[in-house]
Design a protein around this ligand. Structure first.
Ligand SMILES: NC(=O)c1ccc[n+]([C@@H]2O[C@H](COP(=O)([O-])OP(=O)(O)OC[C@H]3O[C@@H](n4cnc5c(N)ncnc54)[C@H](OP(=O)(O)O)[C@@H]3O)[C@@H](O)[C@H]2O)c1
Length: 286
C-alpha cells in the first residue's frame, strides 16, 4: 500500500541518474521499495551493477562528459520504456583541477551538471509526454545562491574559471533549467512538472577529489551534516507527493518551497536564453 500522503507509485517508471552512489542510490532503493520500476543510471559500470543487482533490475551507464554517451543512454531508455513517469536528473559533482574541456568542447562541470541532463531530458521528451503528470526533478544545490550566470560565457570555456564557481553556476543552471522546462512544457502542451531541490549538505562521496570537501565532508564536522539517507528524502518526496501542480517550476531547500531563491532563478528571459543556447549546443530546435 502507498505511504499515507503519497501517491501510489507502483509500476511507475522512474529513471534516476547518479544512482550508483550517494543520494541517487538511496533514492533508487526507497522508490523501489514503494513498488516503482526504478531504472538506476550510473557512470561506473561496477557500482551501478551493484545497486541494480540489489534491486533486481538492470542498470544503465553513461559518462556525461561525453554527449555521445548521453545520446546512447537516451536511445537505450527509449528502447526499453514507452513512458517515463519520473526523470531524476541527479548525477553531478564538483570537478577540481582547473578548467577541463570535454570531447564535445564544453567546460566539464557545465556539461556534466547542466548540458548532459538538458540533452537527456529533451531526448526523452516523448516518453515523458506519454506519462501524464510526469515529473522531472533536478538535484540542484544551495550553492546555486553563490553562482552567477554570464550568458556570454555560458559553457565555461571562456571567462574566469574557479572550480567551485563553475559548480555553483551549474547548480544555478539546474534552477534556471527547471523554470525553462516548465515554460516549455506549458508551450508545447505536455502534462509534466519540473522541480529542483537542495538536498542538504550530505556526507556522500560528493567532492571525493576535492581537498576542501575532504576536510569538510570527511572530517569531524561531518556529524553536523545530513546523511545520504536524509539527502535522498527531498528527491523521494518530490517523486511521490500527490500534488504535482504544487511543485511545478519550484526550487526546494530540502522540503521548503519558501527558501532563498537566486535573482537569476526568477528571470524568465534568462531561462529562455539558457534554453535556446543549450538547445543550439546539442543541435536541437529550441
Ligand atoms: N553531497 C552534497 O552535499 C550535495 C549538496 C548539494 C547538491 N548535491 C548534488 O547531489 C547530486 C548527487 O550527489 P551525491 O552527493 O550523491 O554525490 P556522489 O555520492 O558523489 O554521487 C554522484 C553520482 O553522480 C555520478 N556522476 C558523477 N560524475 C558523473 C559523470 N561524469 N557522468 C555520469 N554520472 C556521474 C556518480 O557516478 P560514479 O558513482 O561513477 O562516481 C554518482 O552516481 C549531485 O548533483 C550533487 O551536485 C550534493
Amino acid at each position: 500500500m502507498p505511504h499515507p500522503d503519497e501517491r501510489d507509485v507502483r509500476g511507475l517508471v522512474m529513471v534516476i541518474t547518479g544512482a550508483s552512489d550517494g543520494i541517487g542510490a538511496i533514492a533508487a532503493r526507497r522508490l523501489h521499495e514503494r513498488g516503482a520500476t526504478v531504472v538506476p543510471v550510473g557512470r561506473s559500470p561496477e557500482k551501478t551493477a551493484r545497486v541494480a543487482a540489489e534491486l533486481g533490475v538492470e542498470g544503465l551507464t553513461a559518462d556525461f562528459s561525453s554527449l555521445a554517451q548521453v545520446r546512447d543512454l537516451a536511445e537505450r531508455l527509449r528502447e526499453r520504456h514507452d513512458r517515463i513517469d519520473v526523470l531524476a536528473n541527479n548525477a553531478g559533482g564538483v570537478f577540481t583541477g582547473g578548467r577541463r574541456i570535454t570531447e564535445d568542447g564544453h567546460e566539464l562541470t557545465f556539461q556534466v551538471n547542466h548540458l548532459a541532463p538538458y540533452l537527456l531530458t529533451r531526448l526523452l521528451e516523448d516518453r515523458i509526454a506519454a506519462a501524464p503528470g510526469a515529473r522531472v526533478v533536478q538535484t540542484a544545490s544551495m550553492g546555486n545562491l553563490l553562482g552567477r550566470i554570464r550568458p556570454e560565457h555560458l559553457d565555461g570555456t571562456t571567462g574566469r574559471h574557479l572550480d567551485y564557481g563553475a559548480y555553483c553556476r551549474s547548480k544555478l543552471l539546474n534552477v534556471v533549467f527547471t523554470r525553462g522546462l516548465r515554460a516549455h512544457y506549458a508551450t508545447v502542451g505536455i502534462d509534466a512538472v519540473a522541480s529542483a531541490f537542495h538536498p542538504g549538505v550530505v556526507t556522500s562521496s560528493f567532492g571525493r577529489d576535492s581537498a576542501i570537501a575532504g576536510v569538510l565532508y570527511r572530517g569531524p564536522a561531518r556529524r553536523l551534516f545530513h546523511t545520504p539517507e536524509q539527502g535522498a528524502e527531498p528527491l523521494v518526496r518530490l517523486a511521490t507527493r500527490p500534488d504535482g501542480a504544487a511543485i511545478d517550476g519550484r526550487y526546494f531547500h530540502r522540503h521548503r518551497a519558501d527558501g532563498p531563491l537566486h535573482r537569476q532563478g526568477r528571470d524568465d528571459a534568462l531561462a529562455r536564453r539558457v534554453w535556446e543556447r543549450s538547445a543550439a549546443m546539442v543541435g536541437l530546435p529550441a
